[in-house]
Every structure is written in C-alpha cells, then in structure tokens.
Write a new protein. Sequence first.
Length: 374
Amino acid sequence: MSQKIYFDESGFTGNNLLHPTQNYFAYASVATDDDEAKALVDRITKKYNIQGGELKGANLVKFSKGRKAITEVLDAFDGRIKISISDKKFALAGKIHEYIFEPCYSDISSLFYGIGFHRFIANVLYMEFIARGAGAEDLFAEFEGLMRDSTRPDLETIFSSSAVAQHSDTIRLIREFAQMRHQDIRSELESLADGETGKWVLDLTNTALYTLLANWGTEHDVLTAVCDHSKPLQHNQEMFNGMVGNTEKLFSDIGGDRHPITFNLSGPIEFASSHDSHGIQIADAIAAAAVYVFSGARDDAADHWRHIIARQAHYGSVIPDTDELRSQFRPQLNALVLQHLHQRATDGISLTDGMSQAIADLVRSLKFSPFHMA
C-alpha cells in the first residue's frame, strides 16, 4: 500500500538566493492521509478561529494564536515529519563549487568530493561573505547574475568585481582559477542554456524534494507524492518520473556519508492547491515554522518547535558547518588542493592527470608538516 506524503515550502525566491529578507528556504513533508489531515485542520481552524478555514504558515507565525495552532500541528505529527532547510547564501556558495570548479574536473569529481573539497569551498566562501563581505559579496552577486544569464560572453573576466583591495587570498585564488578555466565553465553553462533546467538552476526545490522522497523511501516501499503547485517542479519532472515503479534501493557513499538515492513512486508527482489539500496546508505550516526557527526567533513557540524541528530537519539541508574549517587536517588539505588547482590552471596543464597521486602527496606532506590557517 502506498504512503501519501504531502509537501510544501516556505521562503521560496527561485533563482534569487541573495534575497535581502528571505534568508532561508524550507521544504517540509508530512506522512498522513486525506481524512486525518482534514480532521486536524478543521479542528485547529475552528479552535483558533483562523480566517478562511485554511492553515497558511506565513500568516500563522506572525501571531500568538497562529503559533499555538502550529504547535498543535507539530505535536500531532512529530515523528512523521521530514524537513529540508537551506541557508540560501550558503547554498549559493555550494553552487559556486558545482558550476565553477566541478566542470573543470568532472571526470574525477568523486576524488574531490571524497576529501570534502566542495564543503571547504562552500564554507570558506560563506565565512568570507559573512565576516568580511568585501570581495566575497561582489563575487556572490556576480555569480548569481551569471547563472540567471548564462549567455554572457565575458567569462574571461568573470568575478573581476571581486578584485578589491580588501579581498582575501582565497577569493583571489577562486577568481583567477575561474578566469583561467573559463572555457570549461562556458561549456557547462551552454549545456543548461536551452533547457528548463537552466531556467531554475539555482532553485532549491527539486533537490529538496528528491532528497526527502529518498529518505521517506527507506521507511515506505511505495510513496505517493502530493505537492503544492511549483514552477520549478512542474518544469522538471524527468528525475521523478524515473522513480515511478522503481523497486531498487540504492545508496551513495560520496564524501564518506551514506545517503539513499532511489525511491518508489506510485505514479507521477501529484500537484494540488493548498486550498484543496489539507495535507499541503499541514506541510506549509511546518515549513513556515522551520524558517521561523532558523531565522533566530526567540519566544515560547520557537523554543518548543526548535527541539521538534532539529530532529527532523537534516534531510538534504544546506547549512553552514563551521566545524569543517575548525578541524586541523581537512581544511589544511583542501587549502593546499585549491592552491594546487590554481597552479595547474596557471601552468595550463591538466587538472585531472595524476591528481590522485598529487593529493596523496599533499596528505603525506601535511602529516609531517602541518600549518596554521589564517
């Protein structure tokens, strides 16, 4: 028997991950059925006299009465919730690795993922953005603009706006590497330019939904996904349609962590309006609560929600991990790898030939002579 999972989001800004007031994106899911969801929504809307008889999370979090309603939702479905939440600026930093670095060594990308180079780039850029701003902020804005208009002809001078007096050495290395490898980046962007995937390339919805479904698939053999209408999802159904009727359970071990990557859908994703779907209303309230908590709210409701959400908001979430930069070995290794990639790009030699041995040599040298990062 198929398990229905309802999905909805909060904080959607599409390709605009630098939105000045919407810093977080949450995609929430809840396992329930139509009858249970309707009964709960009807009871809560009557109890709290919620206008329109519909749960709208963005409105509920603004008022004490609405937050009490969300508390009842979270308590009722605790243990049947999965949430993916992303810090948008950190997600954008991760996209910089995905579209600036990875195209340059795509044939051996698993080698770099294995040492956490993608995490290093994302975390160090995010910290540059938050701590110093100068250079990093311009780099982020220019990258986002590039991804919105991938046809620009001047990739040879990409990130020139980040060449300011206050820039860090890391920003300089990334900027110069991108300029020297602009042909690889151009080829990657051209592959996106004509399709709907490129139109929503920075949006976080598809990845969040896929990750949530994969994790639900470890608990239920067959899933029926019901989502609120979403342009990014409706434009890109291929990877979800490929899971219809799939019974193979596969996992990925990239980066040293084990993650499910398949699931079994009973049919194509179903789209419904929140007005017509009580399950989507519940998911909407949960997503709004997650954004409210992660945005730093401090009140009785947020304190109560924080413990529930923390247990159920780690499914594909894209959140800064400062421990990635605090540990001794990994950030040192990846700082050296960045320098090594920059040097190879400067010399005009292959970024892939002998790279496995080069990284092994860097590991060996670090064990004998570690250094302190600034």
